[in-house]
Design a protein around this ligand. Structure first.
Ligand code: C2E
Ligand code: MG
Ligand code: MG
Length: 583
């Protein structure tokens, strides 16, 4: 075996398989002189090892050889996916036509009849190599087509999310090196489904292409264009723009506003004028985003905030958005364990009869002493609990605990009193609420009349008939019902009249300005009158000052609750207030 192959050689490599030494050496010499890198073997088996090792550009093989003949070698080469495509040329004895044909049938690319001339040999070799070159160009074209499909959106020809992420990656390295600024702007169209529904998907597609064009043109007119700047289409109605090296926030803001204005200009579709708006969320590298993925996530978060704010809105990512989301997730996870770990407690805030200043009841308000986060406000964790079913066991616990405490005070001779417990809309939509309430009363032995459930206007959103049915069942247990936070919700007076309510709690936002804001005073006056006409009493929330108290007394409110008397306090302190009896 004689071969010389160097790894870094750029010369085309040829493997020669020939058992006749004279022919083999001759071939090798001729090819080397012509600039080929030749490895030669004396039989098919050796040749196969060389082919697998070097993956040559061409194989020249004799047919009749010991160990493994040329046909065996061809079969082995074609069977291995790594070598199957290598051009294979047979060297056959003169006029041996049978050999020739069976070689071609087995998949040889060409044959040379021995003895051959130098020119003949080189012409055959070059022809095979040239063909191989064309094939590899074709396969490269296929590869780049696949690459294009992986990286570009076929409707608009814009880069897709995958390519954008790659560009963001490259651009953020560049931006960090050059200390320049990098912004990612996520754009969401507001009414694309409306276009699709009314004019059909083809129109929707044309509009999308037009949006892509407008964005593309605007970006290419940008004052600072870097190599990474560009537009991408992320999903159906979502686009993104990457902007690098711009000067200040004001430029970025006006740039975003321009993008939105561009999209908002009319479209002409089927002879119709059509209007579309978009929201944008922009995020900057480095401001809570150290990684390209952060930048994408932040821009998305800003976009969803923009969308919440309404069509056509632009929002910049604020670090708090992310922190808030992270904290919510944390609370959500930990709430599951809060109950069993005994981290929840109830505090009690007195409700005072305005005429006598006597304590007539308490509102039970939940408190969460989180092991690591410390005290978490119910204003924060109740909405989180309401997003999942966790509110159901937690709410049931509060109900049971409040009833038990109220019964204990009654047994200690500190009554009569009314214990108010908050119910969330989610508890209301779960079957079994009435049974839970009945169970809490029964287990504690609290007289039903001593329990008041506070509901909010949002429960009515579940359907007035269903709500009415449940409220009626609850009333049948003998307890009282109060409408909480009145004035902040949907405030539909029509259902207020139909619901079997005993009390209406005027929200603290009205009470806060009652002595200074004529409007709030007028609303409160009207609410009190209306509640009375429906046979309800009025409890004022958030009574903080003597002025509040006196004003509310003047309006004819029955009860008051607020810091003027006491903040919500733990059970022991509430018991002491109750023992005193009045303020
Ligand atoms: P809410 O039912 O409207 O409770 C009144 C809130 O106003 C309480 O806040 C109370 O501490 C606060 N407050 C009372 N007096 C004053 C005052 O004079 N000035 C001011 N500025 N605030 C006053 P808290 O305890 O943080 O509870 C917030 C909300 O959390 C409650 O609003 C209620 O919607 C919800 N919540 C509390 N406990 C529970 C519960 O056990 N179940 C359910 N479903 N919700 C609860
Ligand atoms: Mg309440
Ligand atoms: Mg309230």
């Amino acid at each position: 075996m004689s071969h010389s192959v160097s790894q870094n050689d750029q010369r085309p490599r040829v493997v020669v398989a020939e058992d006749e030494e004279a022919i083999r050496d001759n071939l090798t010499r001729m090819l080397r002189i012509e600039g080929f890198d030749v490895a030669a073997a004396a039989n098919g088996k050796e040749a196969l090892a060389l082919i697998r090792e070097h993956l040559p550009a061409l194989i020249l093989s004799d047919v009749m050889m010991p160990e493994m003949d040329g046909h065996g070698l061809l079969d082995a080469v074609r069977d291995d996916p790594l070598t199957a495509a290598i051009p294979f040329v047979f060297l056959t004895a003169k006029a041996d036509h049978g050999d020739m044909r069976s070689g071609m049938n087995r998949g040889a690319d060409d044959y040379l009849v021995k003895p051959f001339q130098r020119d003949e040999l080189l012409a055959a070799v070059r022809a095979r190599l040239a063909r191989r070159e064309t094939q590899s160009q074709a396969s490269q074209r296929l590869q780049s087509e696949a690459q294009r499909l992986i990286h570009f959106d076929s409707l608009t020809d814009l880069p897709n999310r995958t390519l954008l992420l790659e560009r963001v990656r490259a651009a953020s390295h560049q931006a960090m090196r050059s200390q320049s600024r990098l912004a990612l702007i996520a754009l969401g169209l507001d009414g694309l489904s409306r276009v699709n529904d009314s004019l059909g998907h083809e129109s929707g597609d044309r509009v999308l292409r037009e949006v892509a064009d407008r964005l593309f043109r605007r970006v290419n007119q940008a004052m600072f264009v870097s190599e990474y700047d560009g537009v991408a289409r992320l999903a159906g109605d979502q686009f993104a723009v990457l902007l690098e090296g711009f000067g200040d926030d004001a430029y970025l803001e006006s740039f975003c506003a321009d993008l939105l204005a561009g999209i908002a200009a009319p479209y002409h579709e089927n002879g119709q004028e059509l209007f579309l708006t978009a929201c944008a969320g922009a995020a900057l590298l480095g401001e809570g985003a150290d990684l390209p993925e952060d930048l994408m996530r932040n821009a998305d978060a800003a976009l969803s905030h923009a969308k919440q704010a309404g069509p056509g809105t632009l929002r910049f990512f604020a670090a708090e958005m992310n922190e808030r989301a992270v904290r919510r997730l944390r609370l959500h996870n930990d709430l599951h364990k809060a109950l069993e770990r005994g981290e929840l407690a109830l505090h009690y805030q007195p409700q005072v009869d305005i005429a006598t200043r006597r304590i007539v009841g308490f509102e039970a308000l939940m408190r969460w002493q989180h092991a690591e986060l410390g005290f978490v406000s119910p204003a924060e964790f109740i909405p989180v609990a309401e997003e999942s079913d966790i509110i159901v066991p937690i709410g049931a616990w509060a109900l049971g605990e409040a009833c038990r405490q109220a019964k204990a005070w009654l047994d200690a001779g500190l009554g009569p009193l009314r214990m108010a417990v908050n119910l969330s809309a989610r508890q209301f939509s779960t079957n079994g609420l009435v049974a839970t309430v009945a169970g809490a009363l029964e287990q504690s032995g609290l007289p039903p009349a001593a329990l008041e459930l506070e509901i909010t206007e949002s429960i009515a959103m579940q359907g007035v008939e269903r709500t009415l049915a449940i409220l009626t069942e609850l009333k049948a247990l003998g307890l009282a019902l109060a409408m909480d936070d009145f004035g902040t919700g949907y405030s539909s007076l029509s259902y207020l009249k139909r619901f079997p309510l005993d009390a209406l709690k005027v929200d603290q936002s009205f009470v806060r300005n009652i002595t200074t804001d004529a409007g709030d005073a007028a609303i409160t006056r009207a609410v009190v009158a209306m509640a009375h006409s429906f046979g309800m009493i009025v409890i004022a929330e958030g009574v903080e000052t003597k002025d509040h108290f006196e004003f509310l007394a003047g309006l004819g409110c029955e009860d008051a609750q607020g810091y003027y008397f006491s903040k919500p306090v733990p059970a022991a302190a509430a018991g002491e207030l109750l023992a005193k009896g009045s303020f």
